[in-house]
Design a protein around this ligand. Structure first.
Ligand SMILES: Cc1cc2nc3c(=O)[nH]c(=O)nc-3n(C[C@H](O)[C@H](O)[C@H](O)COP(=O)(O)OP(=O)(O)OC[C@H]3O[C@@H](n4cnc5c(N)ncnc54)[C@H](O)[C@@H]3O)c2cc1C
Length: 471
């Protein structure tokens, strides 16, 4: 949408200017426009290191379909913004004075616009490693589905949710996949659940390497696909990569891969936002912006929402929720704050994992092991019975705080549609769900979620039984 030409009252061009048009930025802008405020979004995705090579897009139908979906969604979004009355410019935004943002359009044209309130919703981008060859030869999640060839044998560096999701996705396409867990497996998630996910991946055929470090990535001789036909998922039409890995015991190993996917964390997109000129500080590690409970930065009229925030979970749902509430507080007089606890999260590995609330590690650290009881159970989804799939894959646990009537501190689910199952429990946790309430809930047969209404065994019991069994 073109920027408005109509004159505005007061010293500002806009009531609110949002830098970044992702989940959080769109939510705050649409809500504010709905409250009859004049709002502008600036959004520009600068190309990634690989993206700037402008490789021709000739991968599989799958990759084409994904791109097509993104484009369709983008067009729908533009229509939606227009209907909401939000102004949109495809441009980079940089704060240059207290209320002034410098807008740089794709063609290089610059102008300055003023807004009473500025919202930073610029999200984050994948990080690279300083390892030799990483920048030139590795790809990130932003590039994978635009690769000009099937990824072939792939090394995923990093055990984050993003890394595991991509590893399982590629493996599901029939590609050989190795995951180098640098530094850890699902950092920040419940570690016992993380181990179960890893076991599931290993049993499926994904290789995992622990405590190894990526030391170098080099290009070897180009290997052309001579078949003449369309490349299959397991074929690579480009040169292979020679990857040097330092193993846990200090040995140097060399292995061949077609693609190295870096999934080693993300850095907030704050580097070129001009925050220093308005006295807004960023965290030294990931460049994220500390905010108060009202999502306000060090400058009173500048707010931040979404994954650019420091020390807060990063999910799409949370960014949308926070953005919506922010607009209502600013322009409708609401007082409701965004709660950053009990945020449901999902890891979309083949065996889906969803969680809400504390991990076991967090619960034990906060309340002491003696006060924490963990109820757990395997379950067998109905649709798994006929094909006789493994009875001991799907698993749930409820972490409870004993002195507070076993209030549920955390719910963890590993199994098909775990995210969908979790949503209702996340709502119940907002209301202070207890184990007694779980027990008093009538199970819905034949559903998977009913396992939560019949949790009788605790981890302590299981451990005691195992100890006895081992005697
Ligand atoms: C691979 C991957 C998978 C994920 N899967 C899930 C999932 O399954 N479920 C889930 O809930 N979350 C998921 N997430 C997390 C989710 O994407 C983020 O939490 C969410 O997008 C954060 O929204 P945001 O508005 O803060 O930032 P973003 O959605 O990243 O949007 C930021 C926007 O700002 C633009 N921008 C940046 N700087 C500027 C500037 N200076 N000027 C103009 N524009 C700028 C960017 O180009 C971008 O369009 C996933 C993330 C990744 C990377």
């Amino acid at each position: 949408m073109d920027p408005p030409t109509r004159p505005t009252t007061g010293p500002y061009d806009y009531d609110m200017l949002v830098i970044g048009g992702g989940a959080g930025g769109l939510a705050v802008a649409k809500e504010a426009a709905g409250l009859r405020k004049k709002v502008l979004i600036l959004d520009l995705l600068t190309p990634s290191v690989r993206g700037s090579e402008r490789a021709p897009h000739v991968w599989s139908d799958l990759a084409a379909a994904v791109q097509q979906t993104v484009e369709t969604r983008s067009r729908e979004l533009m229509r939606e913004l227009k209907n909401c009355g939000v102004f949109y410019i495809r441009a980079h935004g940089k704060i240059v004075e207290s209320h002034t943002v410098e807008v740089t359009e794709v063609n290089g044209r610059k102008r300055r616009l003023k807004a009473e309130i500025i919202v930073i919703a610029t999200g984050d981008r994948p990080q690279y490693l300083d390892t030799p060859g990483a920048r030139e030869l590795c790809v990130t999640s932003e590039d994978l589905l635009s690769l000009p060839h099937p990824p072939g044998r792939t090394l995923v560096v990093g055990g984050s949710s993003e890394g595991l999701e991509f590893a399982d996705f590629l493996f599901g396409l029939g590609l050989p996949v190795t995951v180098l867990l640098q530094p850890d497996l699902l950092p920040g998630f419940d570690q016992k659940m993380a181990e179960k996910i890893e076991n599931h991946m290993i049993v499926s055929g994904v290789e995992t390497l622990h405590k190894c470090t990526l030391a170098k990535v080099e290009k070897t001789e180009a290997k052309e696909d001579g078949s003449g036909g369309s490349p299959t998922p397991t074929q690579s039409s480009t040169g292979r990569l020679r990857v040097t890995i330092i193993t846990a015991d200090g040995r140097t190993e060399q292995r061949g891969f077609d693609t190295v996917l870096l999934s080693v964390g993300r850095k907030a997109s704050t580097g070129d936002l001009g925050l220093e000129c308005v006295g807004v500080q960023c965290s030294p590690d990931g460049g994220r912006i500390p905010v108060n409970e009202r999502d306000q930065t060090d400058a009173d009229h500048i707010y931040a929402v979404g994954s650019v925030q420091h020390g807060r979970p990063s999910t799409t749902g949370l960014a949308v929720h926070a953005g919506t509430l922010l607009a209502r507080r600013l322009f409708r007089g609401d007082t409701a704050l965004c709660e950053y606890t009990n945020v449901p999260v999902v890891v979309l590995t083949q065996m889906e994992y969803a969680a809400c609330g504390l991990t076991e590690e967090e619960a034990n650290a906060a309340f002491g092991e003696a006060s924490v009881e963990v109820y757990h159970s395997y379950y067998w989804p109905l649709e798994w019975e006929l094909p006789a799939r493994n009875k001991y894959s799907c698993y749930v646990k409820a972490i409870c705080l004993v002195p507070e009537q076993e209030r549920v501190l955390g719910v963890h689910i590993l199994g098909p549609n775990a995210g969908d199952i979790l949503q209702g429990f996340a709502a119940a946790m907002k209301g202070g769900l207890t184990k007694q309430q779980l027990d008093a809930t009538v199970g819905l047969q034949p559903g998977s979620a009913q396992v939560f209404s019949s949790l009788t065994e605790t981890q302590r019991m299981t451990e005691a039984l195992m100890m006895r069994g081992n005697c």
